[in-house]
Design a protein around this ligand. Structure first.
Ligand code: ADP
Ligand code: MG
Length: 346
């Protein structure tokens, strides 16, 4: 869990900035036909051939967005790419390229950055995207990572947050709340470790939710699935901050309301078990716990037959007129307005 004191530690000064960039990027192969010139010149050159280009960027800061006490650097690299690709897929686009900018303090040896880049490289390989640039600089404290992702989409497939219409069905991929409950487990183990460093945590019963936190996967597969099913979502957003907050964004941008049914929210049994153990409400966890990186979208009612019964997709509600507001319909059939924090009980 913590730093291995026996590991080799090469100070970054030993390589210099350019030596470091060369070293970290040497094993990244170009995979895509659009990449004319990748890393190494003043700018990358891409031939994007007519399709519309989507571009998104995210910055994550040590101590704010991640904690290296339980986040292995390899996982951090992988996750940083997932966070960005998820935004590309949320446009119903295909991710093609990323850039990675990193600021590190001298606390980090070369071996730490090698781990980080091993995770980035793995993500590039699995998701078929090219790393085509970045920037490398120093920081006074800690690590800051800023990634940019590019993707391509045909005009007809492009899916904004603003296209949801009354009577559309509200659909979510996968299951929710896992990443948040994984974080609860990791935070608890960190406290135990502080008290007794010899204690080896048994995370096995929590492997699914810990993995959801440490190694999330962006839903590239859903973009392919939607095409296969010939379903064009009317609106889409990725779930980074919790279902409730994302539903509210979607409703606001589309100028609509919605009914979300509590009993339809997909939860993994491990999430339900962890919620019981931590005495948390699983609905609240799904609504407010972040970092699931699932997709939330709306489809016309006529598409119901194409998606029903699909193991990756759950219909969790429907869109209403704006005046009705965004409402959670509870298991006891009460109607409660959704808020960014989950719901407003008053
Ligand atoms: P410049 O001085 O023109 O900004 P740099 O020396 O910073 O150029 O970068 C040289 C090349 O290496 C560029 O192609 C840049 O995009 C790439 N690069 C720099 N840092 C990174 C990094 N951390 N990861 C990937 N590529 C990088
Ligand atoms: Mg530079």
């Amino acid at each position: 869990m913590l730093e291995d004191k026996n590991k080799e530690r090469t100070p970054l000064e030993q390589l210099g900035e350019f030596g470091l960039i060369d070293h970290l990027t040497q094993h990244f192969a170009i995979q895509r036909p659009e990449t004319v010139t990748g890393i190494g010149d003043d700018a990358a050159v891409l031939d994007l051939r007519g399709a519309e280009t989507v571009l998104t960027t995210d910055m994550i800061v040590e101590g704010v967005h991640f904690d290296l006490a339980y986040m292995p650097l390899k996982h951090l690299g992988y996750k940083a790419v997932m966070v960005n690709l998820s935004d590309v897929y949320a446009m119903n686009a295909r991710a093609t390229h990323i850039t990675v900018s990193v600021a590190v303090s001298n606390r980090f040896p070369l071996e730490a950055l090698e781990e980080l880049y091993a995770g980035i490289q793995r993500a590039c390989k699995v998701y078929g995207v090219d790393l085509v640039g970045g920037d490398t600089t120093s920081s006074k404290t800690g690590m800051i990572l800023s990634l940019t992702a590019l993707g391509q989409v045909t005009g007809a497939n492009k899916t904004l947050r603003s296209g949801a219409r009354p009577n559309d069905l509200l659909v979510v991929t996968g299951d929710l709340g896992g990443a948040y409950m994984g974080l609860q487990v990791l935070e608890r183990e960190k406290e135990v470790f502080k008290v007794n460093p010899n204690n080896q945590p048994d995370l096995e019963p929590y492997s699914y939710i810990v993995e959801r936190q440490l190694k999330p996967e962006a839903r590239k597969d859903i973009i392919g699935l939607l095409e296969e099913l010939q379903v064009r979502p009317t609106a889409m957003i990725d779930i980074s901050d919790g279902l409730s907050s994302e539903i509210l964004h979607l409703c606001k941008h589309s100028a609509v309301g919605c009914h979300l049914y509590e009993d339809k929210i997909p939860l993994d049994p491990t999430v339900i078990a962890a919620c019981e153990e931590f005495q948390m409400d699983s609905t609240l966890v799904a609504l407010s716990g972040g970092e699931d990186y699932e997709l939330l979208f709306t489809v016309a009612q006529g598409d119901f037959d194409k998606i029903k019964g699909n193991p990756h997709l759950s219909v969790i509600g429907h869109i209403t007129e704006k005046e009705m507001g965004a409402q959670l319909i509870t298991r006891s059939n009460a109607q409660i307005p959704l808020t960014a924090q989950g719901w407003n009980a008053f």
